[in-house]
Design a protein around this ligand. Structure first.
Ligand code: HEM
Length: 458
């Protein structure tokens, strides 16, 4: 019932690496000295194999069972082309803010319950634009898929693993039973995605055939699937593997929406609640706003928001992370021997002890258990930088490929919000102590008050 206490006390009693018997299985928890061994040894530990045990993504998004394809798309065509995408990102963030927050002449209250519906609807717009493209991202059913998919899948996790006491395999069977009998939380959205991307694909293939080299390919994930001969062998729309594309888009939604929503909601809440930083961050926003003079923000402008960058990184480190997380499965042949001498057998689930890293003064600097917005600025460590003290994006070869995209997105969103609104929580009290539900941060349940800023930006 009190995961924080359990992990803390076990760490004290057994040391940096220890195993716990939880719901019928032995789990190994590794601390700050060993987390990076797990993240880096990708021949011995796999996050994808680990997550499969919690969420059967391979069944939900079948036939899109090659996650490396999405990885490559993000690395090469989203993070890799961020400079070209910034203008669209900005246009859609402004559009989403206007639509879902709007003019707040009178104070407007938005309830924030995780996952926050309003913020999910806000981020769905820029993310859908980059994934399915300009032609159909605005469609109501497409946006619904972006806001609903992660939540409907995460609900599957709430089946208590009681059967695991007999054997974890039995719980796995129970969780995957509906999927094996044809029920899938993604089916409804998959149909809608296929319905709306089909005419877009037909037109793109037709235009490419007609115009040849003169055709300019759109920049989005959908086009990457159309450029992949395993999915789209030729320019005939009848030969396109629509089933694969829709499932791959579903997996994309799952990797991006829940995580971004959580990160953005916590950062906005931190901004509203930690009043001591508001003025300084607003000043930075104003200065940058003066430089781009109301024109479009560029990647360089966003890079100059160094205080905001550090604030977002601290929010991700402090408010967003679990107690233990990023489970990896040991995939060594028979066992893996850690540098500290402990061994785990093949098949063992290994969790990273986030709190051990987060609460360590050597790694985090002074007062590691307190929110210090400029902690990372003092160390000149940007929010996308992967270091031993920051586990939110994973690490090593498989670290989140979307991190530069999401950091730019959250910073741009907060920048626009700060310039337009005064945001506060609906109570003047200092926010609650970090609370957890199992190992996860407890859902926020607060109201944010948005009011148009009174002073003009000079
Ligand atoms: C605050 C938001 C986000 C967080 C905290 C986050 C975190 C992570 C983490 C921890 C991993 C696993 C890394 C590992 O294996 O060691 C991951 C994987 C991944 N992330 Fe992110 N991520 C975020 C947003 C995004 C966004 C916006 C995109 C796309 C633009 C993205 C794309 C991916 C992809 C494609 C993978 C591989 C997933 C797979 O195996 O299917 N992420 N992310």
């Amino acid at each position: 019932m009190d995961c924080e206490k359990l992990i803390f006390e076990s760490r004290e009693k057994y040391g940096e690496t220890f195993s716990l018997y939880v719901f019928g299985q032995i789990l190994t928890i590794v601390g700050k000295e060993t987390t990076h061994e797990v993240l880096r040894k990708d021949q011995d530990f796999s996050f994808r194999e680990g997550i499969k045990i919690q969420i059967p993504l391979h069944l939900i998004f079948k036939p899109a069972t090659i996650p490396e394809k999405n990885d490559k798309i993000v690395k090469e065509h989203i993070a890799g082309k961020l400079k070209q995408l910034i203008s669209r990102l900005q246009k859609n963030i402004i559009k989403a803010i206007d639509l879902h927050i709007g003019e707040c002449v009178e104070p407007k209250i938005i309830h924030v319950r995780d996952p926050s519906k309003t913020f999910s609807e806000i981020i769905a717009i820029p993310i859908a634009n980059i994934i399915v493209g300009e032609e159909c991202y605005n469609n109501k059913e497409i946006l619904e898929a972006f806001t609903d998919v992660s939540l409907s899948i995460i609900k599957m996790l709430f089946i208590p693993p009681v059967l695991s006491f007999i054997h974890p395999w039995l719980h796995q069977q129970l969780v995957t039973l509906p999927l094996r009998f044809g029920w899938n939380p993604f089916s409804k959205h998959k149909k809608a995605i296929i319905k709306h991307i089909k005419p877009v694909i037909k037109k793109r293939l037709y235009d490419k055939k007609r115009l040849g080299d003169a055709w300019v390919a759109p920049l989005d994930a959908l086009q990457c699937y159309l450029d992949d001969p395993e999915i789209t062998p030729d320019l005939d729309p009848n030969n396109v593997n629509y089933d694969y594309i829709a499932s791959a888009i579903g997996r994309f939604i799952f990797s991006t929406m829940g995580t971004t929503n959580l990160g953005l909601t916590h950062a906005l809440y931190d901004l509203a609640e930690k009043k001591q930083y508001r003025q300084e961050l607003y000043q930075e926003a104003q200065e940058i706003n003066k430089q781009y003079n109301g024109n479009e923000l560029t990647s360089d402008d966003i890079a100059r928001m160094v205080k905001l960058d550090s604030f977002v990184k601290e929010s991700l480190r402090f408010s967003n992370g679990p107690i233990v997380g990023l489970l990896h499965k040991c995939i060594s042949k028979s066992y893996y021997a850690f540098a500290n001498g402990y061994q785990v057998p093949s098949g063992r689930i290994v969790y990273l002890n986030f709190v051990d890293t987060n609460n360590n003064e050597e790694l985090q600097g002074q007062n590691p258990t307190e929110f210090d917005a400029y902690r990372h600025l003092k160390r000149n460590s940007s929010a996308t930088k992967l270091e031993r003290n920051f586990l939110v994006f994973g690490g090593g070869k498989h670290a989140c490929p979307g991190r530069s995209f999401v950091i730019n997105e959250i910073k741009m969103f907060l920048h626009k919000v700060m310039l337009k609104y005064d945001v506060r929580t609906d109570t003047e009290e200092i926010g609650p102590k970090r609370r957890y539900l199992g190992p996860f941060p407890a859902p926020l349940n607060v109201a944010l008050v948005f009011e148009n800023r009174k002073e003009t930006v000079n």
